[in-house]
Design a binder for this molecule. Structure first.
Ligand code: GUN
Length: 281
């Protein structure tokens, strides 16, 4: 029987710590502010943006919502980002992705000041992570590290296998595990002998995007299994990249879906906002 890593509980603890810090900053007359920009009305994005606003409210962070129409031009969006970059009452800027096709995502990410890049997507933030300098870290992989640390799962010297090499999760996940002294392997769709590599892992992070792909055959007895995937099944229920029922009897610890990694992403976004506020004040 694996220990279930409760992301809902751990994210609540983090949010409550941040709430206390934000209250203290308010007493000193300092208010933290996050600008959230959504272009168009993709339903999934609207849910994510709504959850981010709710988390801000809970913690006491002011949120500015920019709900822009689908037809917004790249120039209009860049002008708003420029204005927010130069507004010293705004500490964090987040452009919900994906942006409509006529807008160049890379240009938008590059336009956000690294000091306000609470998503950790700017090349300066990614570069800082890779050379061990201070900078914002992508929220989902940062959340995974918190799940491990707060569950007393030591990373030092462990064989860590990450499946997935996205800029937002897989690559920064590998860098963070390396920073914590793990021995890191990053696997992807072209990896040969995936099963054998995964089976060596003490800590296995699945960020593949394929429902229930990882079953017990990929998992070493007693391994920690972190599931970053989230998928809606035909029966309406959610599942991850890991086949929970198959893996749970073999693993030493495992994150459920929902209630594992998911809630941590927003908690770490809030953490980055508080850090941005601290740094800029
Ligand atoms: N779209 C899906 N995930 C994210 C995220 O973490 N940040 C932003 N800005 N957009 C997203």
């Amino acid at each position: 029987m694996a220990k279930i890593i409760d992301g809902k509980l751990i994210s609540k603890q983090i949010k409550d710590e941040l709430k206390a810090e934000v209250a203290k900053l308010k007493e000193e007359g300092r208010e933290i502010c996050l600008a959230v920009i959504q272009v168009g009305n993709d339903p999934a994005s609207s849910v994510y943006v709504g959850n981010k606003k709710k988390a801000c409210e809970y913690i006491g962070i002011k949120s500015l919502a920019y709900e822009l129409p689908e037809e917004t031009t790249e120039k209009e969006l860049l002008d708003i980002i420029d204005k927010l970059n130069n507004d010293n009452t705004v500490h964090g800027i987040l452009v919900q992705l994906p942006v409509p096709e006529h807008i160049n995502e890379e240009k938008i990410i590059n336009a956000i000041s690294p000091a306000k890049d609470v998503d950790g997507f700017h090349p300066a933030s990614v570069g800082a992570l890779s050379i061990g300098q201070k900078g914002f870290v992508s929220c989902t992989p940062a959340g995974v590290i918190q799940l491990l640390k707060r569950s007393d799962i030591d990373i030092t010297g462990k064989d860590c296998v990450v499946i997935g090499r996205s800029n937002i999760v897989g690559k920064p996940m590998g860098m963070l595990l390396l920073r914590e002294n793990g021995t890191v392997t990053i696997c992807h769709s072209k990896t040969k002998n995936l099963k054998e590599i995964c089976k060596r892992a003490d800590i296995l992070v699945a960020a593949i995007g394929k429902p229930k792909m990882i079953d017990a055959e990929y998992v070493k007895e007693g391994a920690t299994v972190i599931d970053v995937g989230i998928h809606r099944m035909e029966n309406g229920k959610l599942c991850g990249d890991v086949d929970f029922d198959s893996v749970e009897p073999v693993a030493g610890a495992i994150t459920p879906v929902p209630g594992g990694v998911g809630p941590m992403t927003i908690a770490m976004l809030m953490n980055n906002c508080v850090e941005a506020g601290r740094n800029q004040n």
